[in-house]
Design a protein around this ligand. Structure first.
Ligand code: URA
Length: 435
């Protein structure tokens, strides 16, 4: 008879867990038979002792099959998915989904909500008036069959083991463990059913992984898990030292995603979206060469087909937008306050974490699961790393619905900017690609 206490001792002392022991743990997490305190002790043992490649893969697989798994077989073609490890202002999913679908590769996407300073794609889509993020299986599949793409909130029936384990990790200082993060993310991707998965692993102050070495180890662990589950996986390591694009805040990000689909978005967002979408076309077997896939994606943006597909998604899911108006009919904040530079210098850095926290203070994010968010509020940046600013230039515009919060954020946001007197060297947006 297996015993939880023996498994905790084994991991605590740095030994490998067998597949049977991993499955016993995961079953006990899912069915509630193992109490929180033993799960916490085990997670802490994993945090300190780590797991090897085999253990990590077996943990991810056991978690992936701990609940329902999506059957995407009624959809023809090679289904692809993408995942971002979480950042500030990362609205690439809203841009990439229509581009990939317009190129003929199906995307049946499940996404999460934001927590803490990082945003969630589902919240962003929900800032569109009328947009529905809950669909039953049949409707979800039918929408993908009809328009090649759908996006829904991740079903609570998928990966119950992760739901419980993540909630425990969150309050026991055991989130920051590569085997636990890798198995948490990949179990959900495997259970979501796609054959090809592009992972965008963020690196920098606004991300889970603050430095490239750590991010690379996480990316490798996830790619190995995916391969072990028979999926094709590519991981990109991308910069999250500053905000991606120029906005952080739900409706503001939708506006920026639409601008990008029109080919008028900020360069970094445009570039990352094109690369991610191109990798998805290669994994979706439309192209064998990445450069050809990139060309196709740029063509889809230029022809307006990407924006057209975006409008199809919005319509299919009940959303209402006015593409002719400047704000597209999205919710708008009552107060718009400019933040001006007090210096004449170069911007040495713009701390993504600080901007993310500022947006959260305004009400754009949630502190706890279930908190209500304000879709209209957020930060619109006018200057980023490397820009030269004169005294009095506008650094950012704060969109707020509350005077007190606005005051707090003004002070906070200015501290996100760091200045220097010399021009700033460019740093790469895409740091590495791991297959
Ligand atoms: N995102 C997840 O889904 N799980 C983790 O453990 C960390 C980030």
């Amino acid at each position: 008879m297996m015993n939880v206490q023996d498994i905790i001792v084994k991991k605590r002392d740095g030994h490998e867990m067998s597949r049977a022991e991993i499955e016993f743990m995961v079953n006990g997490i899912s069915d509630g038979s193992i109490p929180d305190y033993q799960i916490s002790a085990w997670a802490m043992a994993v945090y300190f002792q780590g797991m090897n490649e085999r253990e990590t893969r077996e943990l991810a697989l056991a978690m992936a099959y701990s609940g329902e798994v999506m059957d995407l077989s009624p959809i023809a073609g090679t289904k692809v998915d993408k995942h971002s490890s979480g950042g500030v202002g990362d609205k690439t999913t809203m841009v990439v989904l229509p581009l990939v679908a317009a190129a003929g590769v199906p995307v049946a996407k499940m996404s999460g909500r934001g927590l803490g300073h990082t945003g969630g794609t589902i919240d962003k889509f929900e800032s569109i008036p009328g947009f529905i993020v809950e669909k039953d299986y049949q409707d979800f599949i039918e929408q993908v069959q009809k328009i090649n793409v759908a996006i829904v909130s991740q079903s609570g029936k998928l990966v119950p083991a992760d739901k419980r384990l993540y909630a425990i990790r969150d309050v026991t200082a055991t989130v920051e463990s590569i085997p636990l993060i890798a198995s948490s993310i990949m179990s959900k991707k495997i259970a979501s059913g796609a054959q090809g998965i592009v992972l965008d692993v963020k690196v920098g102050s606004g991300a889970f992984m603050k430095e490239a070495g750590e991010a690379r180890r996480l990316a490798r662990a996830m790619v190995e898990i995916g391969k072990g589950a028979g999926r094709n996986v590519v991981a990109l390591l991308t910069d999250m030292t500053q905000v991606l694009g120029l906005t952080a805040g739900n409706a503001l990000e939708v506006r920026e995603a639409i601008d990008t689909l029109k080919g008028k978005g900020p360069e970094d967002l445009q570039e990352l979206s094109v690369i991610l979408a191109a990798h998805m076309l290669v994994l979706g077997k439309k192209f064998s060469q990445l450069a050809d896939a990139e060309e196709k994606i740029r063509e889809i943006i230029a022809s307006g087909k990407g924006l057209g597909k975006f409008a199809e998604i919005i319509e299919a899911q009940g959303g209402k937008l006015d593409y002719g108006s400047e704000n597209y009919g999205l919710p708008q904040a009552a107060l718009k306050e400019e933040l001006k530079s007090e210096r004449a210098d170069y911007i040495a850095s713009l701390d993504a974490l600080e901007v993310g926290r500022a947006a959260m203070l305004l009400g754009a994010g949630r502190e706890r699961i279930g908190d209500k968010i304000d879709y209209a509020v957020g930060i619109e940046l006018r200057k980023k790393r490397g820009d030269f600013v004169h005294r009095g230039d506008i650094l950012a515009v704060i969109h707020a619905n509350d005077h007190n919060r606005l005051d707090m954020v003004q002070k906070r946001l200015i501290s996100a900017y760091h200045f220097c007197s010399e021009p700033v060297a460019e740093s790469p947006l895409i740091i590495d690609t791991i297959k």
